[in-house]
Design a protein around this ligand. Structure first.
Ligand SMILES: [Zn+2]
Length: 151
C-alpha cells in the first residue's frame, strides 16, 4: 500500500488534476525569494476552486494552465492586483488562454454551466489576455464581465 504524505506541500494534490504547487507558484515570488505558502484556509479555498471550476473546465477543454492562483498580500501588491483581490484568499485564479477564440469558448462554458463568483476576461496594456475566475464559500454572485481591464 502506498503511503501518502499530506505535508509534502510541493506535490500536494488538491484534486485529481491540480496540485497545490501549480496553484501557488509565482515567478515574482521566486525572483524576490518571498514565500507564497497559503494558510490552511486558503488551501481549502483553492481546493474548492479546483473542484467546482477547474476540474469541470479541464474535463471539457483538456489540460488547463493556471498562471496565477493564490497570492500573499505582498505578492498581490507586487503584481498590481486589486486591493481586495480574491487571489489573496485562494478563491481566484487566472487561466492561460491559447487564443482569443478558445478563451471566449472557455468563458462561455463557465458562464453557461458552472457556478462561479466572478468571471472576467482580462487583458493588459501589452495585449495579453486571460480568464480570471473565482469561487467562494456560500453565495456565489455569478458576476461576469466579458472585457475587463484591471486598474
Ligand atoms: Zn486574477
Amino acid at each position: 500500500m502506498k503511503t501518502h504524505n499530506p505535508t509534502n506541500g510541493d506535490r500536494l494534490r488538491l484534486t485529481p488534476h491540480f496540485t497545490l504547487e501549480e496553484m501557488t507558484r509565482s515567478a515574482t515570488a521566486r525572483r524576490y525569494h518571498v514565500d507564497n505558502t497559503p494558510s490552511p484556509e486558503a488551501v481549502h479555498n483553492l481546493r474548492r476552486l479546483c473542484t467546482k471550476v477547474l476540474e469541470p473546465l479541464r474535463k471539457e477543454f483538456g489540460p488547463i494552465r493556471v498562471t496565477s492562483g493564490y497570492r500573499s498580500e505582498w505578492l498581490n501588491r507586487m503584481v498590481g492586483g486589486a486591493t481586495h483581490s480574491q487571489h489573496i484568499f485562494g478563491e481566484a485564479c487566472d487561466i492561460h488562454i491559447p487564443s482569443r477564440a478558445k478563451g471566449i469558448e472557455m468563458l462561455e462554458f463557465i458562464f453557461m454551466t458552472l457556478d462561479y463568483d466572478q468571471l472576467l476576461f482580462e487583458h493588459n496594456l501589452q495585449g495579453a489576455e486571460w480568464i480570471h475566475v473565482s469561487y467562494r464559500e456560500g453565495h456565489n454572485r455569478q458576476i461576469m464581465i466579458p472585457y475587463y481591464m484591471p486598474a
